[in-house]
Design a protein. Structure first.
Length: 105
């Protein structure tokens, strides 16, 4: 979002944040939680909102900064061509995730 003023999330995103009290998550203070949750769980409208407000470059930077941690390997592969993630990096992140015993339970 170009404007870094604190704003509440739109109502359409509320269902993805059922575990937070309404108004608890605001932009930009909670941006990492918001981006991660919408990347992992968001439907079409949520992803559209995310791409419109963060942009593909912002999504790419977020994923690269986290080195894919916390994002399911299937979703990493999905986002790879959409936001232009480097294939070699995604391959490495997925390999690390697949070795994690918690992933394979």
């Amino acid at each position: 979002m170009a404007n870094e003023e604190s704003v509440d999330l739109p109502e359409l995103l509320g269902r993805y944040f059922w575990d937070y009290a309404p108004g608890r998550l605001t932009w930009p203070e909670s941006r990492y939680t918001i981006i991660w949750r919408l990347l992992e769980k968001g439907g079409f409208e949520a992803v559209h909102w995310l791409r419109e407000n963060v942009g593909d470059e912002g999504i790419r930077d977020f994923i690269i900064e986290r080195r894919g941690r916390g994002i399911d390997p299937q979703w990493l592969r999905y986002w790879e061509p959409i936001v232009g993630l480097p294939k070699e990096a995604v391959d490495g992140w997925i390999e690390i995730a697949m070795r994690n015993p918690w992933y394979n339970r």
